[in-house]
Design a protein. Sequence first.
Length: 159
Amino acid sequence: MDIRTGNGFDVHAFDAGDHVTLCGVKIAHDQGLKGHSDADVGMHALTDAIYGGLARGDIGQHFPPSDPQWKGAESHMFLRHAVGMAHEMGFTITHLDCTLICEHPKIGPHAVAMREALAAITGLDMDRVSVKATTSERLGFTGRGEGIAALATATLVKT
């Protein structure tokens, strides 16, 4: 049986704005996230985790930030591409796990909506999608409130 695990990591700095989009959910906030696309750090990490499990590079190779067509793009496009690639290569994604690392905004009140959004985008049952959060105990750039980081893992099984 061919079982693969991929990991993804992403960071985005805070910038001017009135909301952040995390794991497909728009959350009112006194800042936005800076990025070439919509800066959905959670979806970017999940996308990279799937590409990693497939040994197919990273999000920047498939959607280069130097390419103006991806300016402001919604990250569900990237995640759907990775899911489609997995299916084309004969893999089923059996589990996705994303940890958001930030002091603010608070993730807990939005975690279920994030899981629902990711399940809808990927076609997975909600009980196969995990979103959770932690702080960095006020250490480092996330602790100083300068941005958000995300760590993700994807499990893929050859069908």
